[in-house]
Design a protein around this ligand. Structure first.
Ligand code: M1P
Length: 247
């Protein structure tokens, strides 16, 4: 765990707690640990808790459960491009894949050096496109293999750069283990800071440049001079749990 900015005084009822999901509250694309879930449900009582994920509503509910999803103040899906409050969609961005982008991604898919491919390479979500060369339907073991391969070969980093160069009005970032998120420039996770007033404690696992939590970190560090905030760059839900036990 890396504490990026320890700047907050602990008056928990005034603090806004923001959580990424994959790699932060759950293992990537897996269900939340049941003991952690029990703890989290008790811990979140009387606190302002928000979810901020690249994922869609369905995957989030599958992973953290409907109770947590409905009890948070807001759930920012698709990096904040689909916003839910008490289970209702209150705002969304209309962003649909164009023919040109689809063709470009299909081309990258065909040229990918990763050979073991499964289905669902392009996932159109509300306000976001998720792209994966291995395919979203890959089994867990193949997911792990791709993740390790990508760490060495940096395919996703390469694809993000290519997409942003070819489509300057788009932004691409790495979220979980096998895919990238694509959305209009600026429509990244940092947009949630526009409507959350007051101190923030943020937990994310992709806080490095190129990661989909990075825009939040960058904006807090660079622009939010008056705001009190703390950023926890965690590596897994156990680290998040350990920190929350102390708060
Ligand atoms: O939050 C970012 C992404 O996290 C997971 O990505 P992956 O499947 O690559 O591990 C998924 O939940 C994905 O939907 C999400 O965009």
């Amino acid at each position: 765990m890396v504490l990026l900015v320890p700047k907050i005084k602990m008056v928990t009822n005034k603090i806004n707690f923001l959580f990424d999901i994959d790699g932060t509250l759950t293992p990537s694309r897996s269900k939340i640990d049941m003991r952690f879930k029990d703890f989290f449900l008790k811990w979140m009582q009387n606190k302002s808790v928000y979810l901020v994920t690249g994922s869609d509503k369905e995957k989030t509910i599958e992973q953290v459960g409907i109770e947590i999803w409905q009890k948070v103040k807001k759930s920012y899906q698709s990096c904040g491009n689909a916003v839910y409050e008490k289970g209702n969609l209150i705002r969304k961005l209309d962003f649909i894949i164009t023919e040109k982008l689809e063709k470009y991604l299909t081309d990258l898919l065909n040229k990918s050096l990763w050979q073991e491919k499964y289905s669902v390479h392009i996932d159109q979500r509300i306000g976001l496109i998720n792209f994966s060369t291995i395919g979203r339907n890959c089994p867990t073991e193949a997911r792990k293999r791709y993740y390790e391969w990508d760490k060495k070969n940096k395919e996703r980093e390469f694809i993000c750069k290519k997409v942003e160069k070819e489509f300057p009005f788009l932004e691409a970032s790495i979220g979980g283990e096998i895919s990238i998120d694509i959305y209009p420039k600026g429509k990244n996770k940092a947009q949630v800071l526009d409507e959350i007033i007051g101190p923030i404690i943020f937990f994310g696992d992709r806080c490095e440049e190129g990661g989909n939590d990075y825009p939040i970190v960058q904006r807090l560090n660079r622009e939010e001079k008056k705001r009190e905030y703390t950023i926890y760059n965690v590596s897994n839900f156990n680290e998040t749990w350990e920190i929350l036990r102390k708060i």
